[in-house]
Write a protein that binds this ligand. Structure first.
Ligand code: ZN
Length: 463
């Protein structure tokens, strides 16, 4: 190991190797466990990433890629491994306004990329709570989802080309910017969502859209889940594909983020069972606003919704989104687990009731799980207090409560956060034995030494 560190110090640019006290002093956030890596490596180029992987492979040392380190499934945990942080590869290399593409290095912060696109009159639609810390490479490695999947898809749908480095140091350069390229296996997609287990993403070509001219946002109170679903279908129909977000909060999440000590205030006066945050993006400010308002008025007249507030300024719109993003309130009195299940909308209400009843039955003194999510694309977030003093057994019971009912309704244990280490033991609830075996064959074929992020997604084979 010492020899590997020595070799890396010689091979990498100054500041490329943090070991010992420097590694221990590395900043750690509240959400993501990083473990105790043997060293933290900070390459400045694809060539350096390749060198790191070659040397680590030869030394038989595991490599755990790090992006923004804001994931929620222990994908960055690097005990006994070297961590490979892309933080010094953060450049936006170019923006092609004619083609509508951006070429970017993996360590670029999502928000920085979005702002750079905006400055050119373009739009990178990926939007999620960790926008200020998550990186493009991390978004690709985890196939990030977020608030606008309904209209623009997941990260998978925004990557036109990428560059990745394999465990043996081979650089796979597929930096193309074509929308259509049917020339055999789609190698990009192999790396997207692979959570750093098949290769280290170093650069990408992203698809941009024209910047929207109009952005209409409303906060809506609804009396029943059936009303929520009918509202979703109505807006899909009436807004003609312009709807970009349909976020739903169950009442107790809304109450949590609108009651002190939370700083937010509800845009609505009355109490409702469900709250919907709708956003629509379009190309004609006046006509789009009129259509948006008309659609909501009809929903009010038909009794589908109880009340609605339309954002009249940027500040009002941001205040509405801030409620949705104020997830931190759920952990102010103790640690939580943030689940991100996916299931058919028709099964959601009964599923949530079942989970909450099971939780209340076992831990009647704790707050009920908070529920909100990207309902328009079938994704719910369930935030659950970890009972004080809970050990592995209680944690397992808790996970069983959330995951157990999903196979019967065709749901998934992860809509967008990924599997990492945290959900690995539950993968078989969402994937067949044949699927998991194929994943293992791919992993072995591409990384036979098991060097890249070993133990994440799949149980590593015995050595
Ligand atoms: Zn989410």
């Amino acid at each position: 190991m010492d020899q590997l560190i020595e070799d890396l110090r010689v091979a990498l640019a100054p500041g490329g190797v943090l070991a010992g006290e420097e590694a221990a002093a590395y900043p750690r956030g509240p959400w993501t466990r990083l473990g105790e890596p043997l060293a933290i490596l900070r390459p400045v180029s694809t060539q350096e990433v390749s060198t790191i992987l070659k040397l680590a492979s030869a030394a038989g040392v595991a490599v755990v890629p790090w992006g923004g380190r804001t994931g929620l499934v222990d994908g960055c945990l690097a005990d006994g491994a070297v961590a490979l942080s892309l933080e010094r590869m953060a450049a936006i290399e170019s923006i092609d306004a004619t083609a509508g593409t951006m070429t970017v290095q993996a360590g670029c912060i999502l928000q920085t990329a979005c702002e750079a696109a905006e400055a050119e009159g373009l739009f990178l639609p990926l939007d999620l709570g960790a926008r200020g810390s998550a990186t493009i490479g991390g978004n690709i490695a985890t196939n990030a989802g977020g608030n606008r999947v309904l209209r623009y898809g997941m990260m998978r749908d925004m990557v036109l080309g990428l560059e990745a480095v394999l465990a043996d140091g081979t650089v796979i350069s597929a930096m193309r910017s074509l929308m259509k390229n049917n020339t055999g296996y789609d190698i990009r997609q192999l790396f997207i969502g692979s959570e750093g287990t098949l290769g280290v993403v170093t650069r990408a070509v992203l698809r941009l859209r024209p910047a929207p001219v109009s952005q209409d946002t409303a906060f809506i109170g609804v009396a029943s889940f059936d009303g929520v679903v009918r509202l979703l279908r109505r807006l899909e129909r009436r807004l003609g594909g312009a709807m970009s977000a349909f976020e739903v909060m169950w009442a107790d999440f809304h109450d949590l983020v609108t009651t002190p000590p939370a700083r937010g205030r509800s845009p609505l006066f009355g109490r409702h069972r469900f709250y919907v945050l709708v956003e629509s993006l379009g190309g004609d400010a006046v006509a789009d606003a009129a259509r948006f308002e008309a659609a909501l008025s009809e929903a009010l007249e038909d009794g589908e919704v109880e009340d609605a507030a339309i954002a009249r300024s940027l500040a009002e719109r941001e205040a509405m989104w801030a409620l949705r993003d104020d997830v931190g309130q759920t952990s102010r009195d103790g640690p939580i687990i943030a689940f991100d299940v996916s299931l058919p909308i028709a099964a959601m209400e009964a599923y949530v009731d079942e989970v909450r009843a099971a939780y209340a039955g076992r831990w009647p003194d704790l707050e009920a799980p908070w529920v909100f999510g990207h309902l328009g694309d079938g994704n719910l977030h369930i935030l659950v207090r970890i009972p004080p003093g809970a050990g592995l057994t209680e944690r397992h019971v808790l996970e069983e409560m959330v995951y157990g009912p999903l196979p019967a309704v065709g749901g998934s244990i992860s809509a967008e956060h990924g599997i990492g280490l945290a959900k690995r033991d539950w993968l078989s609830l969402s994937r067949s034995p044949e699927e998991i075996a194929l994943m293992a064959r791919l992993k072995h074929a591409i990384d036979p030494g098991g060097v890249l992020n070993p133990g994440k997604i799949l149980v590593p084979p015995p050595r």
